[in-house]
Design a protein around this ligand. Structure first.
Ligand SMILES: Cc1cc2nc3c(=O)[nH]c(=O)nc-3n(C[C@H](O)[C@H](O)[C@H](O)COP(=O)(O)OP(=O)(O)OC[C@H]3O[C@@H](n4cnc5c(N)ncnc54)[C@H](O)[C@@H]3O)c2cc1C
Length: 472
């Protein structure tokens, strides 16, 4: 036995694998220490706390004398302690597997390929069919616009975030910049990222056989791998990391409706409510930006109409929903949509061409998985799992893709920096995502309040407006 005295607390509490538990009367001190480290600690007698860390060839035990405030440790060869002799798997990875080729998975793939990592993306859907238009928020490519002046992130995190943005390759950066400026169909974004990914040497495997939820064993073929779950709101790995993993959620049922308008269409937060003037029950909320198709002055508009759950449940499959279907089966929705379209086009309904209509359930709240990283403890596998994009968290008001991109840019950077220490990397990522979630929460509350004020304004409800306006 070797005996050392520790001059200061150098204990890697996060690596503790074993504690010896014995009843203690001195519970006040015990609970203080346990909470200050956040890890399990037990005593060997009423005055001493003990914990053990298993290293490669030895087991090191740490003791803490409560009444003298002294710590010491001793090391014994591992052969004396067979129960604790689990071999620590390596903490480095040699490749990346991304599950899900949605917007976040594809961007993550591109970023990792640009760092020279071998990357495979697997995707269950054969085709990209998303017609909706999205516009990225400025936050994605700037560390100045984080939370409207509220300092949630540490200086170190802001610095890392800026370095992460600076490390994006110029071609990819230009693509992202163009999606900040203009509302772009999601399909276009995904196709463009997919092309970039493949041309930079990334591998993509598409087809029903890659549906990981039906074939989790597939992951067994990927030792020494960082596995990034980008499978969206119904994440495949989330419940395996920690069952019942979502915080409270709230669903909004909506009819999403996209159409082209043969004129320039401009809108902002205020006028999108004004365009609902004279609607009776249903408000049609358009995306607040415009898109031009090349060559022709034409705008692609995406609108959401909130509906009640019973209407949603009673709806047929999406292929059947058309403007004339609404006319015959959902007259109230049809009438309010027509009023909105008239307001929007100044009566030029002939310039509106419907593209698609779909009833969907939207997660409305800022939801967040409580835990988003996981290490597979299996000697042969050495996998590190990370949730990203909607799988990790999401936000209302068209912010989710931006949030997913902010997270992907940061994650790609810290993976590159800490390729040999995935455990540290995952801790960093958890801490960063906690802040990102708070930022999203603050932003959403702001948007929600403004939205309500504008809705009351449209309804000319002065009392309600006054109640919502806060004087600081
Ligand atoms: C109507 C509507 C409008 C929206 N508008 C906006 C907007 O304007 N701005 C905005 O920022 N956000 C918007 N959002 C939200 C945005 O679409 C999502 O936040 C975004 O798509 C999330 O990207 P993701 O890559 O994390 O997940 P997803 O886009 O959900 O992609 C997940 C991918 O994983 C694949 N997958 C799933 N399960 C498996 C499996 N078991 N095995 C293999 N592959 C799997 C899926 O096929 C899919 O391709 C909108 C959402 C909706 C529904």
């Amino acid at each position: 036995m070797e005996l050392f005295f520790e001059p200061n607390d150098q204990i890697a509490w996060d690596s503790l694998i074993s504690v010896k538990n014995k009843h203690d009367n001195n519970s006040k001190n015990k609970s203080f220490l346990a909470s200050s480290t956040g890890k399990g600690i037990a005593d060997i007698d009423s005055n001493v706390l003990c914990a053990a860390i298993s290293g490669k060839n030895a087991l090191t035990s740490y003791y803490y004398m409560l009444n003298t405030n002294k710590r010491w440790r001793y090391t014994t060869p591992r052969r004396d302690l067979p129960i604790l002799s689990t071999q620590m798997p390596s903490s480095s990875v040699s490749r990346v597997l991304i599950i899900g080729a949605g917007p976040t998975g594809l961007l993550m793939g591109c970023l990792m390929r640009d760092q020279g990592m071998p990357v495979t993306i697997i995707e269950k859907r054969e085709e990209i069919t998303r017609t909706r238009c999205v516009k990225l928020l400025g936050e994605v490519l700037s560390s100045d616009e984080l939370t409207g002046g509220i300092h949630l992130f540490s200086e170190n995190q802001v610095e890392e975030r800026q370095k992460a943005i600076d490390s994006i390759q110029s071609t990819l950066f230009e693509k992202l910049t163009s999606w900040l400026e203009l509302c772009t169909p999601l399909q276009t974004i995904q196709k463009s990222l997919q092309e970039y990914f493949v041309s930079s040497g990334g591998q993509i495997a598409i087809g029903a056989q890659y549906d990981i939820s039906k074939n989790l064993d597939l992951l067994g073929h990927y030792p020494d791998t960082l596995i990034i779950d980008c499978t969206g709101y119904h994440s495949v790995l989330r419940n395996r990391i920690q069952p019942d993993n979502l915080n409270l959620r709230l669903i909004e049922y909506v009819l999403i409706c996209t159409f082209t308008f043969d004129e320039r269409y401009e809108c902002n937060e205020l006028c999108k409510y004004y365009k609902n003037k004279n609607t009776r029950k249903f408000r049609v909320i358009p995306a607040i930006d415009d898109t031009y198709k090349t060559g022709k002055r034409q705008t692609l508009v995406t609108c959401l109409i909130t509906i009640d759950e019973p209407i949603f449940r009673a709806m047929p499959k999406r292929d059947l929903i058309t403007y004339s279907y609404l006319k015959n089966h959902q007259r109230d929705i049809y009438d309010d949509l027509t009023i909105f379209l008239n307001n929007m086009s100044s009566g030029q309904l002939n310039k509106i061409h419907f593209d698609s209509m779909e009833f969907i359930a939207l997660p409305l709240q800022v939801y967040r998985a409580k835990k988003i990283t996981h290490k597979v403890v299996n000697q042969n596998l050495n996998q590190h799992w990370v949730l990203l994009g909607d799988a990790a968290m999401g936000g209302p008001y068209f912010q989710s893709i931006s949030m997913g991109y902010e997270a992907a840019i940061y994650l790609a950077y810290i993976v590159q920096q800490m390729q040999n220490d995935m455990e540290q990397m995952m801790m960093k990522y958890e801490s960063y995502m906690e802040k990102l979630w708070l930022a999203l929460q603050i932003r959403s509350k702001d948007i929600q309040r403004n939205k309500q004020i504008l809705q009351y304004l449209c309804a000319n409800d002065r009392n309600a407006i006054l109640e919502k306006i806060k004087v600081y």
